[in-house]
Design a protein around this ligand. Structure first.
Ligand code: HEM
Length: 502
């Protein structure tokens, strides 16, 4: 009796194993290389699920192991996913044949995350075009000049905050991500909504914009679990009905936007912030005024802009703390340009800070905010690598572009592990393979906030470096190790530096 029972259980387990791994011959059948070791249910994502590594690092490892091929397949849970390794094929996916790969894998559920569902990132078709058009206009040169006027007071608050922290000994030890999150969150509050974000006021920490931004994206237990599921296993997200944005944040934005619009209707004071522009565009374009759309654009400024920009800023300043000669050269550029403009931060002056652009690019090469992009094939398409590999990609298949892999590939960068802003001088830039450097993506879905991001980062860096110098604190754990489960690169223990007033 017991032998029969054991046999039945074993038989059932074997059947279950075959059922759960039935898809794992997908790439083999198509002649596409694929690593061994896919596990039932999780496929190749076991190290990510166990939080031993980040999804970006894991995908970069597969990229590296197969970098002599043009394509490599793997199993993202049970879904066959294709990593496009060759830059020419990256171009095909992001740009030339965008029509066949026009969807991002992250799709917000309109019932669970209505505000995120209006974000261009999760839209397609006409709605995507309309939402992008607004953002592209919002960040045109003319509009950026206006937005810079809202960033400048934030630079002053930032300097005052640092002065208040720097003790009589003339120095202070601070964590860079924390410091620059205050800056970018205050920019969102000022330039986005025309309100004080209380980001430099320790007593109002709990009601600050930084706190709100942190509730959405910073790596805590909730975000680690939710993001791993949302970005790695969207099927589970649906089953578990997981929200991207916590309910109280959704409520906060709707209320804030409604109250601000009402207040502006009555006080009639002219504004020049992002919210004002979105309201004007909605009035011009829409048959009816849709508050939800406005609130979703407002939230986009936070979700897409705040955490990405502060992450990049903190890594730029980390590199400056580690490379004192680069820090000094940049300071010279800043001081000389500011002198030319009466010591004021101006749009034209920031454009002239070209060494700063080089540093920004080199930092984003080494540590891109997005380690990989995931597109969904929307129309069958044949990808042909120069090595003879051919893959007829089927609609619904996930296609990954591994920024971490491309940016650190010795085939495109000599000594890729070395921080060297000279790679991005005007002369050297000519020889960079455009599709091996994609910090803001490429093609029709390229980041529409790129110019805003660069503007605020450059303004913040100019304000910081003209008055302060810094060096790395021994509290920073080098080599950096990223927190598994975080969506953006986030070093374990943080990036600490000692800051001194000049
Ligand atoms: C340093 C800061 C930033 C970085 C590194 C960054 C990076 C990216 C990347 C890699 C993408 C994906 C592009 C693709 O799929 O090809 C993206 C998309 C996007 N970004 Fe940014 N971004 C930054 C700042 C911003 C800001 C400030 C905003 C707006 C306020 C913004 C709004 C968006 C939106 C709406 C999308 C989706 C575009 C679409 O799918 O059509 N980003 N960003």
């Amino acid at each position: 009796m017991s032998i029969i029972l054991i046999s039945l259980i074993l038989g059932a387990l074997v059947a279950l194993y075959f059922y759960l791994t039935q898809n794992f011959k997908y790439w083999q059948k198509r002649g596409i290389p694929c690593p061994n070791g896919a596990w039932p249910v999780v496929g190749h994502m076991l190290p990510v699920v166990c939080m031993r590594t980040t999804a970006s690092e894991h995908i970069a490892k597969i990229y590296k192991d197969y970098k002599n091929q043009s394509l490599v397949g793997f199993y993202n849970f049970s879904s066959p996913s294709l990593i496009v390794i060759e830059p020419e094929l990256v171009k095909t996916v992001l740009q030339t044949n965008f029509a066949s790969f026009n969807k991002n894998s992250f799709q917000a559920d309109p019932d669970l995350d209505p505000l995120v569902a209006h974000n261009p990132f999760s839209l397609t078709g006409d709605k995507w075009l309309a939402a992008r058009k607004r953002l592209t206009y919002a960040f045109s040169s003319m509009r950026l000049k206006i937005l810079l006027e809202n960033v400048k007071p934030v630079c002053v608050l930032f300097e005052n905050y640092l002065d208040s922290k720097i003790s009589k000994t003339g120095k202070v030890e601070l964590e860079l991500k924390d410091l620059f999150s205050r800056f970018t969150a205050q920019v969102v509050a000022n330039a986005g909504f025309g309100v004080d974000g209380y980001c430099f006021d320790d007593e109002k920490e709990n009601v600050s914009f930084r706190k709100i931004g942190a509730a959405i994206l910073e790596p805590n237990l909730r975000t680690k679990i939710v993001f791993t599921i949302i970005f790695v296993a969207p099927v589970l997200k649906k089953l578990l009905k997981l929200r991207f944005i916590p309910k109280h944040i959704d409520h906060f934005f709707r209320t804030l936007v409604a109250e601000l619009i009402e207040q502006r209707r009555t006080d009639k004071i002219p504004r020049n912030d992002f919210l004002h522009l979105m309201v004007e565009l909605e009035k011009l374009e829409g048959d009816k005024f849709d508050l939800e759309i406005i609130a979703s654009h407002a939230l986009s400024f936070v979700v897409d802009g705040y955490e990405t920009s502060s992450t990049v800023m903190s890594f730029v300043v980390y590199q400056l703390a580690t490379h004192s000669e680069v820090q000094e050269k940049l300071r010279e550029e800043i001081v000389s340009v500011l002198n030319k403009y009466n010591d004021e931060i101006t749009y034209e002056g920031l454009k002239e800070m070209t060494y700063m652009d080089q540093i920004l690019s080199e930092t984003q090469r080494l540590t891109p905010a997005a380690g990989f992009l995931t597109k969904i094939c929307t129309e069958e398409f044949e990808l042909k690598g120069s090595d003879g590999l051919v893959c007829r990609v089927q609609p619904g298949t996930q296609v990954q572009i591994c920024l971490d892999g491309l940016h650190n590939d010795p085939q495109y960068w000599s000594n890729p592990e070395i921080f060297d802003p000279e790679r991005f001088t005007p002369e050297n830039k000519q020889s960079i393979n455009r599709f091996a450097f994609l910090p803001f993506g490429e093609g029709p879905r390229i980041c529409p906030g790129m110019r805003m991001a660069v503007l605020q980062i450059k303004a913040g860096l100019a304000a910081f470096l003209r008055k302060y110098s810094l060096e790395l604190s021994p509290k920073t754990k080098v080599p950096l190790e990223m927190i598994p489960g975080s969506i953006l690169p986030s070093p374990i223990g943080g990036l600490w530096a000692t800051i001194r007033k000049l």
